[in-house]
Design a protein around this ligand. Sequence first.
Ligand code: 5CA
Ligand code: ZN
Length: 410
Amino acid sequence: MQPWSAPDVPVLPGTGLPLRLHDTATGEVRATDPGPTARMYVCGITPYDATHLGHAATYVAFDLVQRVWRDGGHDVHYVQNLTDIDEPLLERAERDGEDWRDLAQRETNLFREDMTSLRVIPPREYVGAVESMPQIADAVESLRAAGAAYDVDGDVYFAVNSDPRFGSVGHLDDDTMLALSAERGGDPQRAGKKHPLDCLLWQAARPGEPSWEEGTTLPPGRPGWHVECAAIALELLGSGIDVQGGGSDLVFPHHEMSVSEAHVLTGDWPFARHYVHAGMVGLDGEKMSKSKGNLVFVSSLRREGRDPMAVRLALLAHHYRGNWAWTEADLLRAEDRLGRWREAVAAPAGPPGDVVVEGLRRALADDLDAPGALDVVDRWAADATTGQGEDLGAPASVSAAVDALLGVRL
Ligand code: 5CA
Ligand code: ZN
């Protein structure tokens, strides 16, 4: 799958700080400690509808992770998947009388345009489930060979009890896991399973649905969702990666399951050293989601002529871990801020720019405190526009720092 095009990322003087991030598994904010190449896997979209501001907020958060690591001198190996075959995609295609492949292609193209406009650095590998079928099937067969999978009426299930550390990402109690499983695509009630939380690895072909003939022991069918991410991440990044990420709606079952599958497949623990989850963006009191239809799309804002850099600033004004609700006022405030910053960097001089570089570095290294980073630039901009400070190089250096670390081009 083609990723989108990469923005220029200025290189700043000096070196950035080590990034501290919240880890869902331990509940702590801890330093990340990547080697020369940091490895990150972030769950991508299911392309059955356009990118909404919740998706955008999540990808902008992980974009900050990449930017801070790069500023700290690391190369970043970033992989993102694309769930280009799954229940919701087939349902939407059926509802609209469209071929599921055309729907996926169109929405993926739109997502790429949205990410480009928001200056999100693309993953090094952008990988679809369909193009990864052999690897996914291979993972399913390996789980079977390890005794971690079993059949129910021709479908193949993962036995959660085969990973002694199952539950170590979310630390949720059984009732919560059962409720979330039922709500988020699982089938805790299905008869014949060994444990109600066991999840689908491979679903035998249903009439009228697309299917693949892969592996030597599997019936024609299609993969379950969780093993898709486990197989792609292990194939391209291996285990012991620095960050596995996504929105907080993926903690259970998606990340819990894919992590357990990865543990059994590799025999290694942990699959990731940090499990990082972005909060949910809502609208009108509910989580913004395709199934609820309460969406504000990045592409609609672009069509209205709103500046994508203001959209990005509106997202950055909220800490990535909090849940929050989008309002038009968010965008109006961000447009105002963007105007003030642009005016300030157009001034002939300003207060010293290195204070801004340091301030941005410090805020972002502290569990991506983007709101704190915006305050740093606000203070500098207020002084620069009122003629304070005589540093002739400051406007250019602040502009470069805002571009490199916040991804906002002034
Ligand atoms: N394809 C799967 C992941 S493998 C999936 O969850 N796709 S998605 O299109 O539903 O979501 C894409 C990403 O956006 C996921 O990381 C998800 O956690 C995140 N996301 C979805 N809704 C919201 C929201 N309202 N606020 C913040 N992030 C969200
Ligand atoms: Zn995923």
